[in-house]
Design a protein around this ligand. Structure first.
Ligand SMILES: NC(=O)c1ccc[n+]([C@@H]2O[C@H](COP(=O)([O-])OP(=O)(O)OC[C@H]3O[C@@H](n4cnc5c(N)ncnc54)[C@H](O)[C@@H]3O)[C@@H](O)[C@H]2O)c1
Length: 240
């Protein structure tokens, strides 16, 4: 969930899993984004609309998935959204509406999707979401999204607790900063990317594919002992 274009982290995850022979079903947010995903994925059956801000849309999407494919082995949730005003300057710029939307789409949606999906999951299965280190430190401009990521990581741990008995693992990948559509909404994102790059061990930002490879690992049974965890894929930046 969350391929907007070929720069999306979700696309890196899909590519890495396809290399391992995984069959992928792609969901997209709305009609506007459908044409982008249609350029990347030729089989229309494998592309399904799912706006995670709407329970109806989520239910419809997972019913369609069940109808077309039966049970599935997991999801990759690579979705976030916040208004520009929530992503710059002081956290005091945050508004009730902007805050609620960011938390709804970027954090609650993981729970909402898990709820709808659990009925059609195989056992074992794996859920992975994408987070950022702005969840536990006050980074410039990240603001409301940092709060949303903290909530998302917490939701991930509670899901891991409650789905663990069903052999469903739940984890988050904390990815290093990379240029995508979502990042371009953050005020001063060019500086964020530059600083992040300079803090990697080798001066090169991580790629979508590098994050995707860890995602493929977490989605596989090779990671059967890993759940409720945040795995950093940022070439050491969070240790600075
Ligand atoms: N790019 C980075 O530097 C970075 C670093 C760490 C974590 N992340 C996280 O990775 C995830 C993917 O972001 P990205 O950087 O690949 O950007 P992206 O813009 O390519 O992906 C964000 C996706 O969220 C989707 N989305 C937004 N609102 C939605 C809704 N209501 N319903 C369904 N989908 C919706 C968009 O359509 C888009 O596909 C996000 O959670 C982001 O916070 C990104």
């Amino acid at each position: 969930m969350g391929v907007a274009n070929n720069r999306s982290i979700a696309w890196g995850c899909a590519q890495a899993m396809e290399e391992q022979g995984v069959e992928i079903i792609y969901t997209y947010q709305n009609e506007r984004l459908q044409k982008f995903i249609s350029k990347l994925v030729s089989d229309e059956d494998h592309i399904i609309e799912c706006d995670v801000a709407s329970d109806e849309s989520i239910d419809h999407a997972f019913s369609l998935i069940e109808e077309r494919f039966g049970k599935i082995d997991g999801i990759v949730h690579a979705i976030a959204l916040a208004k520009k005003e929530e992503l710059g300057g002081s956290i005091l710029n945050s508004t009730r509406d902007g805050f609620n939307q960011a938390l709804d789409v970027s954090a609650y949606s993981f729970l909402a999707v898990a709820k709808a999906e659990v009925k059609i999951l195989n056992n074992p299965a794996s859920l992975v979401t994408l987070t950022y280190m702005g969840s536990d430190r006050a980074l410039p401009n990240y603001n409301t999204m940092g709060i949303a990521k903290a909530a998302l990581e917490s939701a991930m741990r509670y899901l891991a607790r409650d789905l663990g008995p069903k052999e469903i693992r739940v984890n988050a990948i904390s990815a290093g900063a990379m240029r995508t559509l979502a990042v371009s909404g953050i005020q001063g994102h060019a500086d964020l990317l530059k600083i992040s790059q300079s803090e990697t061990v080798d001066g090169v930002n991580v790629t979508q594919k590098e994050v995707g490879n860890i995602c493929a690992f977490l989605m596989s049974d090779l990671a059967s002992g890993v759940t409720g965890d945040v795995i950093f894929v940022d070439k050491d930046v969070h240790l600075r």
